[in-house]
Design a protein around this ligand. Structure first.
Ligand SMILES: NC(=O)c1ccc[n+]([C@@H]2O[C@H](COP(=O)([O-])OP(=O)(O)OC[C@H]3O[C@@H](n4cnc5c(N)ncnc54)[C@H](OP(=O)(O)O)[C@@H]3O)[C@@H](O)[C@H]2O)c1
Length: 327
C-alpha cells in the first residue's frame, strides 16, 4: 500500500508518499481501507521527533480515520466487509490501509462523508473526556476555552454550549472569535489584543469561571489560575506555550483550585474502549442529529500531508484538516 512515511525527523518536507507493507489485523482487529484521516497537532510533534508512537503502535502518522472494512481478525465481531467505520487509532491513519480494534470501531452516521467521520474522534473524545468525565462540567456553569480555533476547541465550544453552560473563548484573531460565536460561544477575547485574565474578570463580574480548558500550558498558567473562581478547575491537555512554570502553591490552597492533566494517546486500550463507548452513548447521537457538527477547515489529498502540516504550524486552520485517500 501507499502511506506517508518519514525518512528522518524534521520539517514538513520529510513527509513522503511511499510504498510500504500492508498492515495485518491481529485477532481483535478489523482491516480497513482508509478513505480519510484527520490531521492533529500531535502528528506534527511526532514528525519533529518529540512524540513517538506508544509501544506496539504503527509508526505511520495519524490518530483517527474512516474507511471501509475489508477484513477482520479471528475474534473481531460486529462488522462485515463494506461497512463504513471510523475510529481513534494509536497510529497508522496516513496510509491506504490500517487496522482498528473492533471494540473501537463506530459506524459512520447516515449521510456523512468519510472526511466528516475522520475529523471527529481525536477532538471530540478529548473534549468529552476533559469537559465532562474529568472536569464534571455542569449546566449553568461558565467555562473558558482557549485556542478555540483548534480541532479540539471547535468541538469543545459546541459540547459545552449543548450542555447548557456559558462559554467564553480565546483565540489569536477576531476572525476565529467570530466563527466561534457562530458555534455557540457567548463572547471571545483575541489574546493578541488584550490580556484574557482581565477580560474574563470583566465578563464574570470579578467572579472568574468555573472551568478553564487549556492547551497552552506555561504561558497561560498564572492567568489561568487568576481566571478561575474559588474552587474552580483547570483542565490542562496541551503545552503549546511551554511546560515549565514557577508555581505559588499558596494560590491553589487559598482558592481551593483543582488542576487536572490528561493525554489520550498513551492510555491503555481498555480505557480507550470505554472512552469510545461513552462517546457513542453521549456525543455521537448529538453529532448524527446535527446538534453538534464537525468543523472542517479543508480537505486535502493524502499526498499533500506536508501542506496540511504547514497550514497547522502556521496556526491558519479553524477546525480540522482532513486528508482524503482516493478509493
Ligand atoms: N491531552 C490530550 O489528550 C490531547 C488530545 C488532543 C489534542 N491535544 C492538544 O490539544 C491542542 C489542540 O490540538 P489540535 O490538533 O486541535 O490543534 P490545532 O488545530 O493545531 O490548533 C491549535 C491552535 O492553538 C493556537 N496556538 C498555537 N500555539 C499557541 C501559543 N503558543 N499560544 C496561544 N495559542 C496558540 C493556534 O490558534 P491561534 O490562532 O488562536 O493562536 C492554533 O491554531 C494541542 O496542544 C494538542 O497537543 C491534547
Amino acid at each position: 500500500m501507499k502511506a506517508i512515511t518519514l525518512d528522518s525527523h524534521g520539517g514538513p518536507e520529510v513527509l513522503r508518499l511511499e510504498e510500504v507493507p500492508d498492515p495485518g489485523p491481529s485477532p481483535e482487529q478489523l482491516l480497513v481501507r482508509v478513505r480519510a484521516a484527520g490531521v492533529n497537532r500531535a502528528d506534527i510533534l511526532q514528525r519533529q521527533g518529540s512524540y513517538p508512537p506508544p509501544p506496539g503502535e504503527s509508526d505511520i502518522l495519524g490518530l483517527e480515520l474512516s474507511g471501509e472494512v475489508i477484513g477482520a481478525g479471528s475474534s473481531a465481531q460486529g462488522f462485515a466487509p463494506g461497512d463504513r467505520v471510523f475510529a481513534l487509532v494509536g497510529g497508522g491513519a496516513y496510509g491506504e490501509r490500517a487496522v482498528i480494534d473492533h471494540r473501537m470501531a463506530m459506524r459512520v452516521p447516515e449521510g456523512w462523508t468519510f472526511a466528516q467521520a475522520a475529523s471527529v474522534p481525536e477532538s471530540f473524545f478529548t473534549a468529552q473526556e476533559n469537559l465532562f468525565t474529568l472536569g464534571d462540567l455542569r449546566e449553568g456553569e461558565t467555562v473558558l476555552i482557549h485556542a478555540v480555533g483548534s480541532g479540539v476547541g471547535t468541538a469543545a465550544v459546541q459540547m459545552a454550549r449543548a450542555a447548557g453552560t456559558r462559554v467564553l473563548v480565546t483565540a489569536g484573531s477576531t476572525e476565529k472569535i467570530r466563527k466561534a460565536l457562530e458555534l455557540g460561544a457567548e463572547a471571545g477575547c483575541s489574546y493578541k489584543e488584550r490580556d484574557f485574565a482581565g477580560w474574563v474578570s470583566e465578563k464574570t463580574g470579578g467572579e472568574g469561571v468555573d472551568l478553564v480548558f487549556d492547551f497552552i500550558g506555561a504561558k497561560y498558567w498564572e492567568r489561568n489560575l487568576r481566571s478561575l473562581r474559588k474552587t474552580g478547575r483547570l483542565l490542562l491537555v496541551g503545552l503549546l506555550g511551554g511546560a515549565k512554570v514557577e508555581v505559588d502553591l499558596g494560590v491553589l490552597l487559598r482558592r481551593r483550585l483543582k488542576v487536572f492533566g490528561s493525554v489520550l494517546r498513551s492510555r491503555p486500550l481498555e480505557e480507550k474502549i470505554e472512552i469510545t463507548r461513552r462517546f457513542s452513548e453521549r456525543c455521537l447521537p448529538l453529532l448524527a442529529s446535527g446538534v453538534l457538527r464537525p468543523v472542517i477547515d479543508r480537505v486535502l489529498p493524502l499526498a499533500e500531508a506536508a501542506e496540511a502540516h504547514r497550514i497547522i504550524e502556521a496556526n491558519a486552520n479553524f477546525g480540522k484538516i482532513v486528508l482524503e485517500v482516493p478509493p
